[in-house]
Design a protein around this ligand. Sequence first.
Ligand code: ISL
Ligand code: CA
Length: 531
Amino acid sequence: MENWYKEAVVYQIYPKSFCDTNGDGIGDIPGIISKLDYLKELGINTIWLSPCYVSPGDDNGYDIADYRTIDPVYGTMEDFKFMLSEMNKRGIKLLMDLVVNHTSDEHEWFCESRKSKDNPYRDYYIWRDPVDGHEPNDWKSNFSGSAWEYDETTEQYYLHLFSKKQPDLNWENPKVRQEIVDMMKYWLDMGVSGFRCDVINLISKDIENNVSGDGPRLHEYIHLLNREALSPYDAMTVGEVWGLSPEESLMLTHPDREELSMVFQFEHMGVGRTGGRFYLGEFEPDKYVEVLAKWQKGLNGIGWNALCVENHDQSRCLNRIGNTDKYRYESATMIATLVYMMQGTPYIFQGQELGLINPVFHSLDECRDIEALNAYPELLKEFDEKEIMRRFSGDSRDCGRAPIPWDASEKGGFSEGEPWLKLHDRHREINAENDLKAEKSVYNYYKEIIKLHRENKTFLYGDFELISNKDAVSVYKRYDKENSYRVVCNFCADKRELDFVIPADSVILSNYPFDKEISELNPYQALIIKD
Ligand code: ISL
Ligand code: CA
């Protein structure tokens, strides 16, 4: 199919937290295989698998020590190939995570690189002399502290935009580019259908001019990956890029430029923040919808949106922008309606389809994420421990990474052993088994939304228009020559008067029962209307 990525519905699996089959407390590939029928039933047709390659696990696999081998903790290459064939059988494609801004410091390339200045792998990474006995510049790592680490052996610093166990690759070196192309082909030859490209806008830098990302050769590098590896396989890509405008994203995704299929934009995830990570303010629903609408308009007809609510770097949306108590079902289904009825490829993060909530962290020993652990000493200067734990329970990356509760048993059916990270606290009530059984459940509503998205050409390809967006009530339209639909959402816990009346027989889906005309919205009500 031409542009098959436009008809994909993607489910993100964070393997460590998905399903454990051997009792070591860590999810694994056999666990994924055991849930493929569950995913097929949900209606998705593509899986994005977060890294499962050999890794010391400093950043849960985003620090890769061997790009071509499955980490034994997740299984063997045979397990992986079997998973792929079981996916194929069910019509599910697989996207791998392409993490090529950096490797692990335990990758063979880096082990060689650090040995001597004339090692053949020296220029695979970014080395600089000290300046006045200090770091070459003042760049900060995304995980706190300097982005430069001194290495005694050769008396130089190496660059790491993330942890010091994640040295940045030197893309200026043509050998590095060739290695990456070959590695991509290796997975594509095995039958994977594309890649989610980790922090891909950082691969081009201009260090001497203080440019740490979105550098002058970014488009050249991505075009190369497209020509050499992706295009020949009709592979799909989604780039992870932070802070780009719709115009810049169009550059990366314009079909004529042959770069990426689509990019994640995260502008809406910043709505309601008062600062960076761990600084959440009051959520502003109108602003959220406004940002999404801006991207709908900005990419319409040329680029393509990746519709994303949660991922493994974010807390659960219900804690931030929905409701975790009385209106958990309503807010979870409203958010799904709002976002996934827009134009673009839906991305559903594992557990989102169950309306999962954040765990509550009481002390640092319950936390695992390197970003939070590294930030802790800095935060202590400003807050006491209790306040930091409150912030971690609301905004640390561990929130979304909590293991999936499959049933109401003690470990949620995730593992027979001790899970590597705690489950959310209400897992006896909020779990997959309960949702599958219940007539009214987030899972069952997601099934409906996914079906509608996949089967209806107007929802797939139709234009978007924001009709109104005020006081937490938004109305938008999706239309083409044949059909027109309106999506009406109430983003708050109060009832809301409508200034128009909706006949019951025009409603094709709602998260509330309806039998007569509607002139008022219930808390977190969502409606899809055929005009
Ligand atoms: O979440 C963040 C902000 O607090 C980021 O710094 C985050 O690390 C950034 O979004 C990049 O994310 C990706 O690359 C990282 C990895 O840790 C993330 O899990 C991944 O999604 C480094 O590979
Ligand atoms: Ca396991």
